[in-house]
Design a binder for this molecule. Structure first.
Ligand SMILES: *[C@@H]1O[C@H](CO)[C@@H](O)[C@H](O)[C@H]1NC(C)=O
Ligand SMILES: *[C@@H]1O[C@H](CO)[C@@H](O)[C@H](O)[C@H]1NC(C)=O
Ligand SMILES: *[C@@H]1O[C@H](CO)[C@@H](O)[C@H](O)[C@H]1NC(C)=O
Ligand SMILES: *[C@@H]1O[C@H](CO)[C@@H](O)[C@H](O)[C@H]1NC(C)=O
Ligand SMILES: *[C@@H]1O[C@H](CO)[C@@H](O)[C@H](O)[C@H]1NC(C)=O
Length: 527
């Protein structure tokens, strides 16, 4: 008897959990989405609410939060995002959403490594005309504002998703993009646009690889000759005022600016001002025969560690750089030291080996060699073309980046020591003309994996579900002035629009169509 009762009460439990499983998999395809996906996003009864034309945001007055609030209010009222698939959701009967109330627990925490970025957000389902963001810090408030901005869509009237509950915080505290401004120069406006896009993706670090062997664009007040002679031109330098503008812009966007002066290798550009402190400067990078290369690529030169003047100049450079950048971290480079370069100086016979890699998060790959006259490109048909002389081929797709697990193979204890990740755009073949499309939306893929991971509620990789969301997000970024490259032909959405009444229907239609767009595999297996 007892056993029977247990059995019969067990059955509904099975069907209930089956039901929850299905509704969760449907829930991952909400008609309105946020990128990067929040840690928890509950929208139990998808409806929308009109946004009042005199919508306001109340917030504590703060040097950096106040401009962020003004910027987001303007964006929310003017963006008029048109979702690729018009959301089939009804309006609530509530009066329009009149205000967004931000209550910050701690308004004093500065933007620093490990600052608390968590926030909760709710929009009213019925009867209230206020939405709420409750962050730990002003920096968390900026993350919440970004999420809120992505919940608004449409034009005349603007709508906002109603009855949404978000509780959100990042898995990793360090989430960045590294940009190299030495091999090619980027204007201040390009760097501001990069910071703006970082903030939209909830990335919090702009790792600025300012100098290298190719040029020295930073005007260091106590060593002005370094840029005076080592920059590509007087109009291709960053003055202390430029740096201040970039740092302040970062603070208004919740993005730290972390300076890197690469040394002791990658310092050929320093030799324009101080030839005596650099070994192997301006030499052919890879002499013929079996001799080892002097540098990993053209652009030779390393600081000579045996000359006192080297320390004097280096100290001035570091001192001034630290004074210009408020962040507590300074990056000293230490990339690719070639002992052969030091060996060209008879007094240096130290052997230094360094061969670590950060392969997966390199963005510069796949556009061929930049040195020219490279016989690896001239192979008979049918032979292995290998990487064709590309420094870090093959091209890393957004999927490769999205699926990469940075703590793979680590124990839980070891994984806790990982502070985060960065994607790197080295600029051999990049400048402002291609910057946006090289970085976005591939860096968005990393942004989500570092914010909330790349797996769904059941522990499965969610790259298929992410495709639609990333595609939608890419359009929103483009509309916001970021030249992110397309990830799919619009044709796929024409098919959906023509035949489908909802996203779920669309996914089924796509399967019938013949699987050219592999969007569907993942979802279908679950429904
Ligand atoms: C705008 O705000 C004013 C004053 O708060 C209010 O009287 C008016 O009804 C609002 N307009 C709309 C369209 O909500
Ligand atoms: C919207 O409301 C109509 C009328 O009440 C209803 O038939 C329809 O199912 C609703 N649509 C959604 C997506 O809830
Ligand atoms: C961040 O702030 C939230 C909300 O105040 C709090 O619950 C959480 O413990 C904080 N996290 C850390 C790491 O301090
Ligand atoms: C460096 O390269 C050597 C030889 O290829 C390899 O045995 C070693 O594991 C590498 N070290 C690192 C840190 O990758
Ligand atoms: C190309 O490289 C080869 C081998 O290093 C060299 O012999 C040849 O002169 C180079 N050609 C040009 C046009 O520089």
């Amino acid at each position: 008897m007892r056993g029977e009762k247990t059995f019969s009460s067990f059955l509904p439990l099975i069907s209930l959990s089956f039901f929850i499983f299905i509704s969760q998999s449907i829930a991952t395809n909400y008609p309105i989405n946020v990128w990067p996906k929040p840690t928890t996003f509950n929208w139990p009864n998808p409806k929308s609410i009109l946004l009042s034309p005199n919508f306001t945001i109340s917030h504590p007055d703060h040097r950096y939060l106040t401009p962020a609030v003004n910027r987001y209010r303007q964006l929310i009222l003017s963006e008029h995002h048109r979702p690729i698939i018009t959301p089939a959701i009804n309006l609530t009967s509530s009066t329009p959403l009149q205000n967004l109330i931000i209550s910050v627990s701690d308004v004093t925490s500065p933007l620093s490594h490990g600052v608390n970025e968590s926030y909760s957000l709710s929009t009213p389902s019925d009867g209230s005309s206020s939405a709420y963001i409750t962050p730990a810090t002003v920096w968390g408030a900026m993350r919440g504002l970004e999420t809120f901005s992505q919940l608004a869509y449409g034009k005349n009237p603007i709508r906002v998703t109603a009855g949404v509950y978000v509780h959100d915080l990042p898995i990793f505290i360090h989430r960045g993009v590294m940009l190299d401004t030495s091999r090619n120069f980027y204007g201040v406006d390009d760097l501001l646009r990069l910071i703006k896009a970082l903030s939209m993706n909830k990335l919090n670090v702009f790792h600025w690889h300012i100098t290298d062997s190719h040029s020295f664009p930073l005007l260091v007040p106590s060593e002005p000759e370094l840029a005076g002679k080592g920059a590509y031109g007087n109009d291709m330098m960053y003055s202390p005022a430029d740096v201040q503008k970039i740092v302040e812009f970062g603070l208004e966007h919740g993005v730290r600016v972390l300076p890197e002066i690469d040394m002791p290798a990658h310092t050929g550009s320093w030799a324009e001002a101080y030839p005596e402190i650099i070994t192997c400067a301006n030499m052919f990078w890879w002499p013929a025969g079996n001799t080892p290369a002097l540098a990993a690529e053209p652009g030779t030169g390393q600081l000579n560690p045996l000359i006192p003047k080297t320390y004097e100049v280096t100290k001035n450079v570091i001192h001034d750089t630290i004074a210009m950048f408020p962040d507590s971290l300074f990056h000293g480079g230490a990339d690719e030291i070639n002992s052969a370069c030091w060996n060209t100086d008879p007094s240096i016979q130290k052997v230094v080996a360094s061969n670590g890699t950060l392969n997966y998060y390199y963005l510069d790959c796949g556009h061929g060699s930049f040195v020219g006259n490279d016989s690896r490109y001239d192979q008979p048909p049918g032979t292995d073309q290998g990487n064709g002389g590309s420094w870090c081929g093959p091209f890393k797709t957004w999927e490769t980046i999205y699926n990469y697990d940075i703590t793979y193979g680590l124990t839980d204890k070891e994984a806790q020591l990982v502070i985060g990740g960065e994607v790197a755009l080295w600029s051999e073949q990049a400048d402002s003309t291609v910057m946006d499309s090289r970085i976005w939306p591939r860096a968005s893929a990393m942004a989500e994996t570092l914010w909330s991971g790349n797996r769904d509620e059941t522990g499965m990789k969610r790259y298929a579900e992410a495709t639609d969301r990333l595609n939608e997000w890419r359009y929103r970024m483009v509309a916001r002035g970021i030249g992110a490259e397309p990830i799919q032909p619009l044709w796929m959405y024409h098919v959906k629009l023509a035949a489908a009444k909802s996203v779920q229907d669309a996914l089924l239609v796509m399967t019938v169509k013949g699987g050219e767009c592999k969007l569907t595999d993942y979802d279908i297996s679950k429904t």
